[in-house]
Design a protein around this ligand. Structure first.
Ligand code: BMA
Length: 408
């Protein structure tokens, strides 16, 4: 299942040396890497290198990501090695590969979206071997009811240490620990490496749609859940290939009070590496009745506020999830999406941007997709987006897993 190696690799000079000028959005900008501290001080060398290199690329490049990209697309499902909708249009896969492990905790053979778990492990390893970046979210089943992550009920306090259902939480987390044990590759020299993962648990908690979200649980319980998750994986299970991403949902954050809204449920600087934002809202979400111009402005504002806050906390800013469902706007990619990131030298500092999955029409019998696919009305503009020097797909990524020299 291994797909061919990258077409060309940018010289390592990209990582930290392109420093010329500030103040003009069209020229490379100089941004120093902040004095950040990883949540996991024992993170593997490759995991450390990944975070460092994301920091070094930010400001001059935006890594494009796509959820479930290798598993299926609008016109196909599974069984197609080395295929993705982005690649079918541009010739390259996305740089960031998003995956969701919902229902892994039930110990079946498939995830909630029908991905065979055996294949999922291979796709993650393939993406790593090809130089890509993997990120994992988790639509975790409600441990109390056995229903989906969208079911409600005030259960988080019962899952915490001392709670009557605490064992259920650890049993669920153990499924990930076991899965992660298989995310290992062996090099020619016999060295074993765990695939570094940007782990994004308990996402969109500012919304009320998941059982861990606002309104279903108390803020302090959410914080305790996050901290427990980190401590359990890192300290008890000795998982050391994770970069921890926090990702509130933009629709429930008031842009006039971004900091306050964003930091609802924030577990603290010691527990977060990436300041993410999930944003469908400002990109034409059907429930957003604001005029398009206002939405465009709000999109820029959301990115700018995210970067400002991330910089204040020495964290990496990322657009962790979002997009425009079915992409009705033919110029969406360069006209609306990229425009937001390129708005100014602050918004440019978002490290990567991941759009959600391209559900297979045949399998799911609906139009639920966020990247272009061959024949789609935005495919032309998607290609333009791919070619833009600011945007990086897999074929342009430098080696993200080798630590660059410091003080470059
Ligand atoms: C949602 C939708 C669902 C899917 C879930 C987990 O946003 O795409 O259809 O099951 O994500 O991937």
């Amino acid at each position: 299942m291994l797909f061919p190696s990258r077409k060309h690799i940018l010289p390592s000079v990209i990582l930290g040396l392109i420093v010329m000028q500030t103040g003009c959005s069209n020229l490379p900008i100089q941004i120093s890497v902040p004095a950040y501290r990883m949540v996991d001080s024992e993170a593997t060398a490759q995991t450390q290198a990944l975070l460092e290199n994301l920091y070094r690329l930010r400001g001059n490049h935006l890594l494009f990501g796509h959820q479930d990209s290798l598993a299926y697309g609008v016109q196909w499902f599974g069984g197609n090695d080395d295929r993705s909708d982005p690649k079918s249009i541009t010739g390259s896969h996305a740089a960031v590969f998003g995956w969701d492990i919902g229902e892994l905790e039930l110990r079946g053979t498939e995830t909630l979206d029908g991905l065979y778990i055996g294949y999922l492990k291979e796709w993650i390893k393939d993406a790593y071997k090809a130089g890509g970046v993997n990120t994992i979210s988790w639509h975790m089943t409600n441990p109390a009811s056995g229903e989906s992550s969208w079911s409600k009920g005030d259960i988080v306090s019962r899952l915490l240490p001392g709670g009557d259902m605490h064992n259920r939480l650890t049993w669920f987390l153990d499924a990930f620990v076991k899965f992660n044990e298989d995310l290992k590759i062996t090099l020619a020299n016999g060295e074993e490496q765990y695939v570094p993962i940007i782990f994004r648990p308990w996402h969109e908690h500012t919304g009320d749609w998941f059982w861990w979200g606002k309104g279903n649980t108390r803020e302090e319980d959410y914080i305790a859940l996050w901290r427990f998750t980190v401590e359990y994986l890192r300290d008890e299970k000795h998982v050391h290939n994770l970069i921890y991403a926090y990702s509130p949902d933009r629709s429930r954050i008031d842009l006039d009070h971004f900091e306050e809204g964003y930091l609802y449920g924030y577990p603290g600087d010691d527990y977060v590496d990436v300041f993410g934002l999930d944003n469908y809202w400002d990109l034409g979400h059907p429930a957003n009745t604001l005029p398009e111009e206002t939405q465009r402005e709000n999109f820029k504002r959301s990115l700018q506020s995210l970067v400002e806050l991330a910089n204040k906390h020495n964290k990496l800013p990322a657009f962790t999830e979002g997009g425009q469902e079915t992409v009705p706007d033919a110029e969406f990619w360069t006209g609306r999406f990229l425009e937001g990131f390129l708005a100014n030298d602050t918004s440019r500092q978002i490290a990567y941007a991941m759009v959600w999955r391209n559900a297979s029409r045949k399998r799911e019998n609906r139009d639920h997709f966020y990247a272009a696919y061959p024949g789609h009305s935005s495919a032309r503009d998607f290609k333009k987006f791919y070619k833009h020097p600011f945007v990086m797909f897999l074929d342009e990524l430098p080696d993200m897993y080798r630590m660059p020299l410091k003080n470059n």
